[in-house]
Design a protein. Structure first.
Lengths: 350, 134
């Protein structure tokens, strides 16, 4: 039962009208959840985590743990003057930030978040999520080209090269999970991970990340590159090309690009949680009393924490290293992983 | 069908959210035009030349060409992964696995060829290296 059906059932409206109203209310709920997560992550968690890694304090004046800084920060960012640089390609320059947010938010349509929060469950769910997440590349090109700035242009090019290089490993590794699950539908993929594997005396959940840790590591790396985080943050690379594709963006456009990036990190985390970490399932049966939605949040915030950890711990790779890691390393490994998984699924009795 | 209505609804919401943020910002932000404020940012220097005529590395084209091939390959692999488990039960492992192994094997040979010819090696231009100021 998906979220729109639940809502229209609660409201007691039947038929197409009920479906449409339920769909919009459900979509608004998903949008609100992800905006709340991004609001917590961007102005607050990122600073706090980086500060903890580098032994500093960060924001702490307003509210408990400095949480009160989120609201004034949002107002401050939105009330900045919008500076439109000379020679920008106007419609493209304005549309790029919208596409960025659009692509990241739309991916959550097919993610099962547990506790019945699952907006849609089409039979092509996984491919839909990959396809929608890739639209972000278009916005990076638009932002890079239309800004009429050399740094932006180079940043846009780098972003495309990076997304192209890591898209194939990402999808091939995701598909190795489909070999196990036998379906692209998100609910089926989650359901396929609900069994318990017996490892001698202890039982571990049959999450694909534990069944096939090789694929899990490949997917984690490809995902970090796909969302453009350290050590693969060369599209922005502050020490080389100022801020890459977002150099000329200010005010609300900057907020939208920033927001889109954070929602994109969470989308990557949600994909990892869904196809490798059992979706909203609890790790052991005894903890099932905690609602699935809480487990889902813990998992996506775990991935966010991981990206921030990488940010503090690893230096940035160079553009030539990035191309070589992607095409020579990740692609070959992901093809090997696909073959290996197919042999395991085909030969071992299930 | 109701799945795609829900996805369409989220698509609308995902456009309305950025648009409403732009509207709120438009209501509360100042506009103080000053001379030079709109100049292209080039680390404080006066901008030189057009940014759309920057010469950049040929590599960006080569990896894009490679990507087209492998992206189509991926599109063919998707349906195979979905039916693989059932096909193994129906026609046996060898018949389900071998055709795709040949298909991907051909592409791997192609990748090896591209690799040998330096398509995934970062191109260094001798002229650009000479011009570099350390």
């Amino acid at each position: 039962m998906t979220l729109p059906d639940t809502i229209s059932g609660l409201l007691g409206i039947d038929g197409v009208v009920g479906t449409v109203i339920g769909a919009f209310l459900g979509a608004a709920l998903i949008g609100t959840i992800m905006l709340a997560n991004a609001a917590l992550a961007g102005p607050w968690a990122k600073r706090k985590i980086t500060a903890a890694f580098t032994d500093r304090i960060a924001i702490n004046k307003l509210g408990p743990l400095g949480l009160g800084h989120i609201l004034p920060d949002a107002v401050r960012l939105l009330s900045k003057e919008l500076i439109v640089p000379e020679g920008v390609d106007r419609p493209a320059w304005d549309i790029a930030p919208i596409i960025m947010v659009f692509s990241a938010l739309l991916g959550f349509a097919v993610i099962p978040m547990g506790s019945g929060i699952h907006l849609a469950d089409p039979s092509v769910g996984l491919i839909f999520a990959f396809a929608v997440a890739s639209i972000a590349s278009v916005s990076l090109v638009m932002a890079g080209y239309s800004s009429n700035n050399k740094y932006s242009f180079l940043g846009g090019l780098r972003a495309v090269a990076q997304n192209l290089a890591y898209e194939i490993p990402l999808i091939l590794t995701g598909l190795s999970v489909v070999l196990f699950a036998g379906s692209l539908q998100m609910s089926e993929i989650v359901a396929a991970q609900q069994e318990t594997l017996a490892l001698g005396p202890i039982g571990i959940p049959a999450w694909f990340g534990l069944v096939n840790p090789f694929a899990f590591v490949l997917f984690l790396v490809a995902n970090v590159a796909e969302v453009g985080r350290n050590p693969f943050d060369i599209p922005e690379a502050p020490t080389e090309i100022v801020a890459g594709f977002q150099t000329e963006y200010s005010s609300v456009y900057f907020v939208l690009l920033y927001l889109g990036e954070f929602v994109h990190i969470f989308l990557g985390g949600a994909l990892i949680a869904t196809i490798f970490l059992g979706g909203p399932a609890a790790p052991i049966a005894a903890l099932s009393v905690v609602p699935g939605f809480i487990w889902f949040l813990i998992k996506i915030w775990g991935v966010f924490l991981f990206t921030q950890w990488l940010r503090s711990a690893l230096p940035r790779v160079r553009i030539d290293q990035l191309i070589e890691i992607g095409w020579k390393g990740m692609l070959v490994l992901s093809i090997a992983n696909l073959f290996l998984t197919a042999v395991i699924v085909g030969v071992l009795p299930s | 069908m109701s799945d795609w209505i829900a996805i369409g609804a989220l698509a609308v919401v995902a456009v309305v959210i950025p648009l409403s943020m732009m509207f709120i910002s438009w209501l509360i932000r100042p506009s103080v035009p000053e001379q030079g404020k709109r100049a292209t940012y080039e680390s404080g220097e006066v901008p030189t030349g057009s940014s759309r005529q920057v010469k950049f590395n040929i590599q960006y084209y080569m990896v894009a060409l490679l990507f087209v091939i492998f992206d189509i390959e991926t599109a063919f692999i998707v349906p195979w992964t979905v039916i693989f488990d059932g096909a193994v039960e129906e026609v046996g492992f060898a018949q389900a696995f071998a055709p795709m192994a040949v298909f991907i094997g051909l592409l791997v040979v192609g990748l090896a060829w591209a690799w040998r010819n330096g398509a995934v090696e970062w191109v260094r231009s001798a002229r650009a290296e000479r011009q570099r100021v350390e």
